[in-house]
Design a protein around this ligand. Structure first.
Ligand SMILES: C[S@@+](CC[C@H](N)C(=O)[O-])C[C@H]1O[C@@H](n2cnc3c(N)ncnc32)[C@H](O)[C@@H]1O
Length: 214
């Protein structure tokens, strides 16, 4: 990873596939783990909560669902193309172009943080720093919902990412390591499960976690 500009690969990779990615993920499908797990979080949020969506992509379906449920959503994404779509799709949201590692959240200002299918693109040696910041940005008891990698994968350049013909960059830890890092950062996990998913991009496994700031 040392000689690779991960942020640039991920940014350009998601810019190049912005419209195609949106077309696929905004199509409803049965038994979508995204719906199940965002449902768990929605059940726990007080009306009018403020939710940070890290790596928000095009804002559909997730940010749109939270805004539709009456919450305030702040989205961050490294890809200007994805943020352009999110602003168009969810005019009531507040969206920022940037690397999650550069985001300057205000202490205790969020009721929940989500990172759905995005942490696998953040270099895993930054997780300790990032998770500590998430704890800081959340109010005490604030919620974390994330889908994380489920296996130990050092960073690699993924050619033809999702079958759209462009490169991207992926990495992750196994579930026990992710669990340990979240615990050490100060999260108590209420639910945590490796979920096998027959996605439109092929079979995938994600480690889903729902927890709160200790
Ligand atoms: C697989 S998409 C998921 C989008 C959305 N969360 C969803 O559930 O559909 C991953 C998103 O994370 C963004 N992303 C990846 N690394 C990032 C980083 N370091 N900072 C901000 N956004 C990032 C990508 O640009 C992309 O839009």
């Amino acid at each position: 990873m040392n000689n690779v500009d991960v942020a640039a690969i991920v940014r350009d990779g998601y810019d190049q596939i912005a419209e195609q990615y949106m077309a696929v993920i905004s199509r409803p499908r049965s038994a979508d783990p995204r719906d199940v797990w965002t449902g768990h979080l929605l059940q726990r949020l007080a009306p009018g909560s403020t939710v940070l969506d890290l790596g928000c992509g095009p804002g559909v379906p997730t940010a749109a669902a939270f805004v539709g449920a009456g919450h305030r959503v702040v989205g961050v994404d490294i890809s200007p193309g994805q943020i352009g779509l999110a602003r168009r799709n969810v005019p009531a949201g507040s969206f920022h172009v940037g690397d999650v590692m550069e985001f300057a959240g205000e202490e205790g200002s969020f009721d929940a943080v989500m990172a759905l299918y995005s942490l696998t693109h953040v270099p895993r040696d930054r997780y300790t720093t990032l998770f500590a910041r998430l704890v800081e940005w959340l109010r005490p008891g604030g919620w974390l919902l994330a889908s994380m990698g489920a296996s130990d994968e050092p960073g690699w350049n993924e050619e033809d990412f999702l079958g759209f013909g462009h490169d991207n960059w992926t990495n992750g830890y196994d579930a026990p390591t992710n669990r340990r890092l979240l615990d050490e950062a100060g999260f108590d996990l209420e639910m945590a499960e490796i979920v096998a998913d027959d996605t439109p991009f092929g079979p995938e496994r994600w480690f889903w976690v729902l927890g709160h700031r200790r």
